[in-house]
Ligand binder design. Structure first.
Ligand SMILES: CCCCCCC/C=C/C(=O)SCCNC(=O)CCNC(=O)[C@H](O)C(C)(C)COP(=O)(O)OP(=O)(O)OC[C@H]1O[C@@H](n2cnc3c(N)ncnc32)[C@H](O)[C@@H]1OP(=O)(O)O
Ligand SMILES: Cc1cc2nc3c(=O)[nH]c(=O)nc-3n(C[C@H](O)[C@H](O)[C@H](O)COP(=O)(O)OP(=O)(O)OC[C@H]3O[C@@H](n4cnc5c(N)ncnc54)[C@H](O)[C@@H]3O)c2cc1C
Length: 703
């Protein structure tokens, strides 16, 4: 194992305490690198210190005490989440100045709170970020007071786009906001209960204000499309609804139950006209509508642009879930022993090729997607700065489009990987994985809605394929270069040459170079782009309209195209990073293996298309790709524990007895079980068993 220099080690030890000795120590000794070096390479000292501060603050505050696996009644959980949220305001972990200095800390805070409990994190950020960013991005100077009121919790916000009968199809949102020229107010109405705002986080019990999306009508009766408005829905002094607002809670969900998701209907609710978030369209004092966006489609895109920031953040949030789940499963697998080559000795389940193949690719995915999520967040910051500076340059517009295309595929890729990973980790921990106290159920269930909110994954992928299909003309006809601010489409300039390529590796060894998977991805994207385009043209000739043509080109074509494109982007970025000469030599070998494994494992899911399109031919390519995956899993299994040590939060935050850093699997589990409430007591309803015996076949009358 290669270690850091003496001075590095001193600063490391202050930030990253040694892990306790125990059953995991043997794997830690076998690692090819020092986990502290890795942790400090992945995040700088300032970020690690920031995380430590958040974690230790929560751990030492009794309000944040919790018993693993205890299911609180809904009302209690909501109350506790709110009290904790209030406490987060008091701690003020991130000042405005600190956020401006290092915006990445915002993402770190979201994830640190999420690692503790996603209900808390989403509650806090729906108010301070989602509500705040929507106002900041689509409003103007006149809305600054509202932002200030949010910062000290004078008011509490939410974002209300979805309605009971419409979510994905935002154009069909039916809430109306009619301008009344006589009073200079907008009057909000929900035409019927199907147009009630629904699913809105924080709206159930706590929000006093909402950014409400509604169809804007001028007093001449003309509709100008979807716009957003700040609407007061409750009185901040009493939490009672405002006149004309019917607001309530939608009930228990499959996860994130500490968060109150709600509904609202509006009946002639009057708001000052200044409450229109007027970046995409405004009303003049004479009541005329003005907009810098003449094309209604572009205006819709601009008014929904704020959703990109949520989608980008979600990528990082779901990667956090994957990191939690894989930490639990790897630590468990390294300490859980079943069977063995001899009667005397049982081996850790991590030694089984099958267990390695089920888990280690998810570990590689966690590393690769994590790198992507952070870099992509920086891209978003660039976009946000442009929005705040009112940058109207073509580059800014292109950046908005590219981020929209990447986030609409990045969220699906990352959230599905986390979802499948969490389930695999649950099963990989056998029965203990199903015990609530070990947390894999909560991780899985709290992660799940990320596949749906801020846009359903399958619907969003179509935005990405639309973006790519829009490039075909320039590739084929104009011969104009494919250029974009983030460079994700630059390789398409070689589209024709790439399509002529074939898979050339002939040994497992050659496949262990990540460039092999990367080349294959370039071909795959070009091939799927060509096929999707051709399919769309055929369907247009066959089908009655473009709508059907597009719908009938999704499965096996556009959907696969969007996913292959984002996988390529993630892999390309991770390849560049792991192969960069500035990456420490002690870490580069393991990072390159992770990169290669992520690439081949992801590619293997497209094997049918690789054969179908002729990039692969004969038995060999399929076989050596699979053998290389197994080889990499075997090479990485001794590093796996240290790889999770480098990304794991402290035990208090991870909150899973089977995955504590000391590796004392059974002691920790046993102790947690015995500390449970009334574990050894007989049930309070014991007479039901002992006295009231059933008369078999004769149900007693309930009267
Ligand atoms: C800290 C985070 C905490 C997270 C908590 C999460 C809580 C959850 C909150 C929510 O869920 S809020 C509700 C979210 N709802 C959605 O995301 C709805 C999903 N649907 C849509 O966004 C859109 O309707 C659509 C499906 C993207 C588009 O539908 P439609 O087919 O009607 O329009 P198009 O013709 O495709 O689009 C028009 C035009 O606009 C461009 N565009 C759309 N969105 C964006 C965007 N975000 N940024 C930039 N551009 C956008 C689109 O590309 C089209 O452009 P052109 O192709 O015409 O150039
Ligand atoms: C926990 C949670 C929190 C939420 N928080 C908020 C919030 O704070 N604010 C808010 O406004 N909203 C919120 N939402 C709502 C969320 O944004 C929507 O649920 C989401 O946008 C999906 O819309 P939908 O529910 O209408 O699904 P639908 O669009 O009805 O989708 C149903 C099915 O139809 C499919 N489908 C739809 N259109 C197409 C198509 N064109 N092609 C192929 N298949 C299609 C989908 O893939 C899906 O399988 C939240 C949702 C959840 C679950």
């Amino acid at each position: 194992m290669i270690t850091a220099s003496k001075s590095d080690a001193v600063s490391q030890d202050g930030l990253l305490p040694d892990l306790p000795n125990g059953p995991l120590s043997e794997y830690r000794r076998k690692a090819s690198f020092n986990w502290k070096d890795m942790a400090m390479f992945l995040e700088d000292e300032d970020i690690i210190a920031f995380k430590n501060k958040i974690f230790s603050t929560l751990e030492s505050d009794p309000l944040f005490y919790r018993q693993p696996g205890v299911d609180l009644p809904l009302e209690k959980y909501r109350e506790l989440t709110f009290l904790r949220c209030k406490k987060i305001f008091e701690y003020n972990f991130l000042t405005f100045e600190a956020t401006m200095e290092k915006p990445q800390k915002m993402l770190v805070l979201i994830n640190c709170l999420g690692m503790y409990d996603w209900s808390l994190s989403t509650k806090y950020f729906l108010d301070t970020q989602v509500f705040g960013v929507a106002i900041g991005n689509t409003g103007s100077e006149r809305h600054e007071t509202i932002l200030h009121q949010t910062q000290n919790m004078e008011i509490f916000g939410c974002l209300a786009l979805t309605e009971l009968s419409h979510g994905s199809n935002t154009k069909a949102i039916r809430t109306t906001a009619r301008f009344d020229a006589s009073t200079k107010e907008f009057i909000l109405n929900s035409p019927d209960f199907e147009a009630a705002k629904f699913w809105v986080g924080n709206m159930g019990k706590t929000a006093t204000h909402a950014v409400v999306y509604a169809q804007l009508y001028t007093s001449d009766g003309r509709c100008h499309g979807l716009h957003s408005f700040v609407v007061q829905i409750r009185n901040p002094k009493t939490l009672l609804p405002m006149p004309g607002v019917m607001v309530g809670d939608i009930g228990r969900k499959l996860g994130q139950n500490g968060l109150d998701n709600g509904f609202a209907m509006f009946h002639n609710v009057r708001i000052p006209y200044e409450n229109l978030l007027n970046r995409t369209g405004d009303i003049s004092s004479s009541g005329n509508y003005t907009s810098a966006y003449k094309d209604p489609k572009q205006r819709l895109g601009a008014s929904l642009g704020t959703l990109s920031s949520g989608r980008v953040s979600i990528i990082s949030m779901v990667v956090t879930n994957l990191k939690l789940a894989i930490t639990i499963a790897i630590r468990f697998s390294a300490t859980r022993r079943q069977f063995g080559p001899t009667e005397k000795e049982e081996i850790p389940v991590l030694e089984y090729q099958l267990q390695q193949w089920r888990l280690i690719p998810y570990l590689a995915a966690a590393y690769a997607l994590d790198y992507f999520s952070v870099g992509f967040f920086f891209n978003l910051i660039e976009l946000q700065i442009g929005i705040l500076m009112k940058d109207r340059s073509p580059r800014q517009a292109e950046l908005g489009k590219e981020i929209h295309a990447l986030s609409c595929a990045g969220k699906p890729l990352a959230s599905w990987t986390a979802q499948h990973g969490a389930q695999e980790c649950r099963e990989a921990c056998g029965g203990h994985g199903f015990l609530a106290m070990n947390r894999l159920g909560d991780i899985r269930n709290d992660n799940d809605p990320n596949c749906t909110y801020e846009g359903d994954n399958n619907v969003l992928l179509q935005q990405t394929s639309n973006y790519l299909l829009g490039l075909v003309q320039s590739i084929h006809e104009d011969n104009a270069p494919c250029e974009s601010p983030l460079g994700s489409i630059h390789f398409l300039n070689d589209y024709k040459t790439i399509l002529k390529r074939k898979f050339t590796a002939s040994t497992i060894r050659e496949c262990l170079d990540c460039a092999v998977a990367l080349d294959a991805y370039k071909w795959l994207v070009c091939y799927l782009l060509r096929e999707s385009h051709d399919k769309l043209q055929q369907e247009k000739q066959r089908a009655a309209n473009d709508f059907d043509a597009r719908n009938n080109s999704q499965v096996y074509y556009c959907r696969s195209l969007a996913l292959a494109f984002i996988e390529h982007t993630v892999l390309q970025r991770y390849y560049d990073y792991t192969h960069d000469p500035s990456t420490p030599g002690s870490l580069q070998p393991v990072l390159k293996k992770l990169c290669c494994l992520y690439g081949l494992w992801s590619l293997n899911k497209h094997i049918a298309v690789l054969y179908q399109g002729g990039y692969f031919a004969g038995e060999l390519p399929g076989r050596i790709v699979q053998d290389a995956i197994l080889d990499l899993c075997a090479q990485l299994k001794d590093d796996a524990v240290s790889l999770v040590d480098a990304i794991a939060p402290p035990d208090f935050i991870l909150n899973s007895p089977i995955a504590k850093a000391d590796g004392e699997l059974y002691k920790n589990l046993w102790s947690a079980v015995l500390q449970g409430e009334k574990v050894l007591e007989r049930p309070s309803w014991w007479p039901e068993f002992c006295c009231n015996k059933p008369v078999i076949g004769k149900p007693r009358s309930q009267l």
